[in-house]
Design a protein around this ligand. Structure first.
Ligand code: RET
Length: 292
């Protein structure tokens, strides 16, 4: 008979109390006491907010519906970012998770609010909110390239699958092997996204007359996005050679280029080349059927 089974009824809650999870307040205060980690979040809240205001100002004069759709899609990126980083800074989307046997951080503990908690700080909110921000980036990029609806849909759905399986990898505490299996599934989805960006959309952009800007943004996107799985593998989630603050700053730095610099370059092009990107808001290949 195990110890808990031997307890008289009602004592279970006492056990639960002794093993209580870390509270949001403790996480919030812990973040404030860690300057490297805290700055990786607060700097991004400020940058996302300022970018959002600047981008709204930049795009205020757009008239064409397709140009406006690209702009709205890009504006979603800093909007999601403000919310995402606020969720992290408040402790809402950060947890202390015990890593499974075999993981480099197995048996680790962290001090919060004067108490020691078993586990490592897992910043899982990032993976969740990427499932909203990265589709917006891909929609803008696909529309800029004049890509067909099927390839935009494929890129976006595999991208969401990549983020959700990445989240699963970070949250799995039962098995070290399964964490990496989730990681592998996520990478496989990423390959589909990369394939579309690198082989399908450049042809479409050529035909649409947006090849120059598309190729710049394609390069920026592919290089920056490749950094994310590398940071995951090296960071606390993976082999844990990077401490939590450095991992967080690595993601935050990638975000700054992959989101705000990307968005600025794209919007600057759309604003000064509205007639080139103009047209139906439906991606090509999804238009009305031909007359009989
Ligand atoms: C994870 C871990 C699992 C394997 C792979 C990943 C890829 C993540 C990427 C994220 C891009 C995020 C961006 C966010 C902007 O808001 C989930 C890290 C492949 C590519 C651009």
């Amino acid at each position: 008979m195990t110890e808990s089974m031997a307890l008289p009824s009602g004592s279970e809650s006492l056990v639960a109390l002794q093993q209580a999870d870390v509270t949001q307040t403790e996480i919030f205060e812990w973040i404030l006491s860690e300057p490297v980690f805290a700055s990786s979040l607060y700097v991004n809240i400020a940058l996302a907010g300022l970018s959002l205001l600047f981008f709204v100002f930049m795009t205020r004069g757009l008239e064409d519906s397709r140009a406006k759709l690209i702009a709205v899609s890009v504006l979603l990126v800093p909007t999601v970012s403000v919310s995402s980083y606020t969720g992290l800074a408040s402790g809402l989307t950060i947890s202390v998770l015990e890593m499974p046997a075999g993981h480099a951080a197995e048996g680790a503990s962290v001090m919060m609010g004067g108490e020691s908690y078993d586990g490592v700080v897992t910043v899982w909110g990032r993976y969740l909110t990427w499932a909203l921000s990265t589709p917006a980036i891909l929609l803008a990029l696909g529309l800029l390239a004049g890509a067909d609806g099927t390839s935009i849909f494929t890129a976006i759905t595999f991208d969401i699958a990549m983020c959700v399986t990445g989240l699963a990898a970070a949250l799995t505490t039962s098995s070290h092997l399964l964490r990496w299996f989730w990681y592998f599934i996520s990478c496989a989805c990423f390959v589909v996204v990369l394939y579309i960006i690198l082989t399908q959309w450049p042809k479409a952009a050529e035909a649409a007359g947006t090849a120059d800007i598309f190729n710049t943004l394609k390069l920026l996107t592919v290089v920056m996005w490749l950094g994310y799985p590398i940071v995951w593998a090296l960071g606390v989630e993976g082999i844990a050679v990077l401490p939590v603050g450095v991992t967080s700053w690595a993601y935050s730095a990638l975000d700054i280029v992959a989101k705000y610099i990307f968005a600025f370059l794209l919007l600057r092009y759309v604003v000064s080349n509205e007639s080139v990107v103009s047209g139906s808001i439906m991606p090509s290949g999804t238009g009305a059927p031909a007359d009989d």
